[in-house]
Design a protein around this ligand. Structure first.
Ligand SMILES: NC(=O)c1ccc[n+]([C@@H]2O[C@H](COP(=O)([O-])OP(=O)(O)OC[C@H]3O[C@@H](n4cnc5c(N)ncnc54)[C@H](O)[C@@H]3O)[C@@H](O)[C@H]2O)c1
Ligand SMILES: O=C(O)C(=O)C[C@]1(C(=O)O)C=C[C@@H](O)C=C1
Length: 296
């Protein structure tokens, strides 16, 4: 027999890549929310969400959108969370479960907890799935299939609230891991935030060089550089907010990376072939490990 929907009335705030993927999934499955409310304040987004038929109710005002909802999921850039929380807190229904998909977790607790009304349950989350595309047309229902979702629940969170968020992600086909926010922020700093910082930087450096030399450097880019440009084409608002809200862990990883890059540079300068080979071998090994885990 089909399971009952996880939520009676679920409000998704932010209908970009991630929010519209959850909406599409909820529409397709029918067992995530009985009624789906979509809220987006971006220019033309609410109209597009209506055109695409992604929700039963479409709003642009977050306070109005969350009224009477037993589930609310924030899918906007993390820099918007404090302002959004101030707007929705007075309207959250007692007993509601509040979750999110933000890429940083220490900042989410910092921004949401102080205004959390008594009786509303916060279960922060982060799907480790995405693409370089953004907006309501970019989403797809299978985005989370076979991917990890990291939850960073607070001690003492009501088990029933946590179970609802876990059920949502299980129905999305995801695997769930639990971590404390500081560990989460360190892990994603190395596997997600630093790679983006490097990709944005390498593109700027190549662009500077092209301007200095007046050569069409980019037309000679084969697949190595192109792989970086895919990552570097990601959304400006989202990544500005990620960098500014995971400052400490990102700067720590950047410092370690810079030391290691200098060491490799030194080996190149002094012709230390063994050191260079070792670094290349480690890269190849990590790629093989990811392929074995089917994540490459
Ligand atoms: N893109 C990814 O690969 C990825 C992966 C995992 C988690 N995340 C996280 O999920 C969240 C959403 O990312 P995305 O890629 O879907 O972004 P996106 O840019 O595709 O969509 C964000 C949407 O939020 C809307 N929005 C912004 N401020 C708002 C506000 N105050 N009120 C209502 N709507 C508002 C925008 O109009 C936009 O439609 C971010 O916190 C991001 O860090 C992103
Ligand atoms: O696939 C991509 O392009 C992504 O950037 C997805 C990605 C990542 O870095 O892996 C980006 C941000 C997230 O918070 C989680 C996933």
């Amino acid at each position: 027999m089909a399971e009952p929907p996880v939520f009676r009335r679920l409000c998704i705030i932010g209908l970009g890549l991630i929010g519209s993927s959850i909406a599409r999934l909820a529409r397709e499955r029918g067992d995530i929310a009985e009624t789906l409310v979509a809220c987006d304040s971006g220019p033309g987004v609410a109209e597009r969400v209506s055109e695409l038929g992604l929700a039963d109710v479409v709003e642009t005002d977050a306070g109005r959108a969350v009224r009477d909802c037993d589930g609310v999921i924030l899918c906007t850039p993390v820099g918007t969370f404090a302002g959004l929380m101030a707007a929705i807190a007075p309207h959250l229904a007692p007993g509601a479960v509040l979750t999110d998909t933000g890429s940083t977790k220490g900042s989410v607790l910092r921004d949401l907890l102080p205004l959390l009304p008594p009786g509303v349950h916060l279960v922060p989350g982060h799907p480790m799935a995405g693409t370089e595309h953004s907006g309501p047309d970019a989403g797809f229902a299978t985005l989370f299939q076979g991917r990890y979702v990291i939850l960073t629940p607070l001690e003492g969170t009501e088990p029933a609230a946590r179970a609802k968020v876990e059920a949502l992600w299980r129905r999305a086909g995801a695997m769930i891991e639990t971590m404390d926010p500081a560990t989460h922020d360190k892990v994603v700093a190395i596997v997600s935030h630093l790679p983006h910082l490097i990709a944005f930087t390498i593109c700027s450096t190549a662009d500077d060089l092209a301007q200095e030399t007046r050569e069409q450097v980019l037309k000679f880019a084969a697949s190595g550089f192109r792989d970086f440009t895919r990552i570097a084409s990601s959304d400006v608002d989202m990544w500005r907010d990620v960098f500014l809200n995971n400052r400490e862990a990102l700067l720590e990883m950047l410092a370690r990376f810079s030391e290691d890059a200098h060491a490799l540079g030194r080996a190149v300068r002094w012709g230390e072939a063994g050191f260079i080979e070792d670094r290349i071998r480690r890269g190849r090994k990590i790629r093989r490990t990811l392929i074995e885990l089917k994540q490459a």
